[in-house]
Design a protein around this ligand. Structure first.
Ligand code: BG6
Length: 534
């Protein structure tokens, strides 16, 4: 019945639709984490697998094998992971009883990842484990290694006979963490090398932002409601801002990686551009992985510089200097552990981008990310155009100085983290005898409506790899398009002797980023601050 709110009967099994999975209906798999002694595995992966198991999303037979160089027994690994899951998982302290049940699924194998010969023994050990547990059809290998090991590990896995050929009933999926290349050329090179070993549908390039509940909600909000989507275009939107700000500096032990990466490669090229793709893409014809990714890549392909002047006018970089935050001294970036004391690596990046397509022509997208900002907050702010005629004005005073101002523009704000929310800002009449404007805000806060804790991004993504759903993973063409846009900026920065502009730790970044918006009479939206986790 056209226009009915009653869903039409569907003959599709729910599992074939992205995100339609019921507890208990997931596929059995042997999940191996390569680089299992690293931070990612203890902080994110094993806690996420535990949560999946607890919520009934990890099938009974599935087994998890940590693979790393350090010699360890299964029991030692289980004890370590018990502490990690209690500390970093979303269920807090796990009782010994409950842990004992989950721990039966955990195994550890010692392998020097850069020694191809050792993979033969690993392959044998996987087969034995599969025989003992009744697994055998499906393997997920998670590369939680440093990126220089991606290719050697994949090659060694291939040589040890662990990559099934097309005709085989066996399935192998490999997950790769970012950074996937450090510019366009290196990403293409990496892809060529992996492409000789794995087919595209076996490669899962993870961007954990896509697993966040509120990020997935962008699509539902846009295409599951009919009131906002007609406004999402150049006729109604003045500009869009995307902010991924962190209050932390460089975490212990990360200085070495970060100093060769920087804010652009670490967050903007991937997390921020993925948010942009979701907020700007056309509606797909079907809610299917291929269709969604086809639409996202069109947006990334259409990315263009914010202005045709020098790159330095639309691409701003900064680096935090020392400061006193809350009465305590905070180190500057160059004083951080394992960071070159003369480093020119940016800890802040802001870009003005355009999307050269019919929907968005002429609408600036301001993107920014930084470490050591006043708060940990990720938000997308959509500012609508002002009404064509300003009928109403109000008096606003700053101390003794008062002036007549127009109404503030409408804003739609997606708060991705922390305190996930969607807010709409609009003007109302202040009660009284005059037509005075009062800015009002309607907030939908997740915590007011949903009482259970939100699943962690890695839970969703690990579940999807096991099921073979790549909707929330980056396809190679998306990744290339993102690098194609960012690489000229990175090159221009690398060749600029001036280095990044300093900003004080605990502030919203360098003055140059404010100036970039001020040129068109705009300014960065100040997020409503709540206490974040970091
Ligand atoms: C990671 C970056 O991808 O994302 C980190 O490497 C950053 O530097 C992190 O801190 C931010 O993720 P989240 O989920 O904490 O916003």
């Amino acid at each position: 019945m056209a226009g009915s709110h009653v869903a039409a009967a569907t003959t599709l099994p729910t599992e074939s639709l992205p995100g339609m999975v019921q507890p208990g209906s997931t596929d059995d798999a042997l999940i191996a984490i390569f680089g299992a002694s690293g931070d990612l595995s203890a902080r994110k992966l094993v806690p996420a697998l535990f949560s999946l198991w607890k919520d009934g999303f990890l099938s009974a037979k599935s087994s998890i094998v940590g693979v790393a160089r350090r010699p360890k027994t299964d029991d030692e690994y289980r004890t370590e992971m018990h502490a990690a899951v209690s500390k970093f998982g979303r269920f807090g302290e796990i009782s010994a009883e409950e842990w004992a049940k989950f721990a039966q699924k955990l195994f550890y194998r010692t392998v020097n990842l850069d020694q191809p010969d050792e993979y033969v023994g690993l392959a044998k050990s996987f087969e034995e484990l599969e025989k003992a547990t009744g697994l055998g059809e499906r393997r997920v290998f998670y590369m939680a290694t440093s990126p220089d090991l991606f290719v050697p590990t994949a090659e060694a896995i291939y040589k040890a006979g662990m990559v099934p050929d097309r005709r085989s009933r066996q399935i192998l999926r490999m997950v790769f963490e970012k950074p996937f290349g450090h510019d366009l050329e290196s990403a293409q090179h990496l892809q060529r090398k992996l492409g000789r070993i794995l087919r595209e549908e076996q490669i899962y390039r993870i961007d954990h932002y896509l697993g966040k509940e509120t990020v997935q909600n962008i699509l539902l909000f846009r295409f599951g409601n009919s009131i906002f989507e007609p406004l999402f275009n150049r006729n109604h939107i003045d500009h869009v801002q995307i902010t991924v700000a962190e209050s932390q500096g460089i975490e212990q032990g990360r200085g070495g990686y970060y100093d060769t990466s920087g804010a652009m490669r670490d967050v903007l090229q991937n997390h921020v551009l993925q948010l942009l793709a979701l907020i700007a893409m056309e509606p797909p014809s079907f809610f299917r992985g291929k269709d969604i990714r086809d639409e996202k890549v069109k947006v990334l392909d259409a990315l263009a510089p914010g202005s045709l002047t020098s790159i330095h006018e639309w691409a701003i970089r900064g680096q935090y200097g020392p400061a006193t935050i809350g009465g305590k001294p905070a180190a500057g970036y160059r004083q951080e552990d394992r960071v070159n004391p003369n480093s020119n690596t940016e800890t802040y990046a802001a870009l003005e981008a355009r999307i050269d397509n019919w929907r968005w022509a002429g609408v600036p997208f301001y993107l920014r990310t930084g470490k050591r900002m006043p708060a940990r907050v990720s938000e997308i702010t959509i500012q609508f155009k002002s009404p064509p005629l300003h009928l109403f004005k109000t008096v606003e005073c700053d101390g003794d100085m008062c002036e007549l101002v127009d109404s503030r523009p409408n804003m739609l704000i997606f708060r991705i983290q922390p305190s996930e929310a969607i807010s709409l800002q609009f003007s109302t009449k202040r009660p009284g005898m005059q037509y005075q404007i009062h800015p009002a805000r309607m907030d939908f806060a997740y915590e007011d409506v949903f009482t259970s804790s939100l699943p962690e991004a890695y839970e969703r993504l690990l579940l999807d790899v096991t099921r073979g759903d790549s909707t929330l993973f980056m396809r190679n063409d998306e990744l290339e398009a993102a690098w194609r846009f960012c690489t000229p900026v990175l090159n221009a920065w690398a060749n600029d002797p001036k280095g990044p502009e300093l900003y004080e730790a605990g502030t919203w970044g360098p003055a140059g980023a404010d100036a970039m918006l001020a040129r068109t009479g705009r300014r960065w939206y100040a997020p409503k601050l709540n206490s974040g986790k970091k």
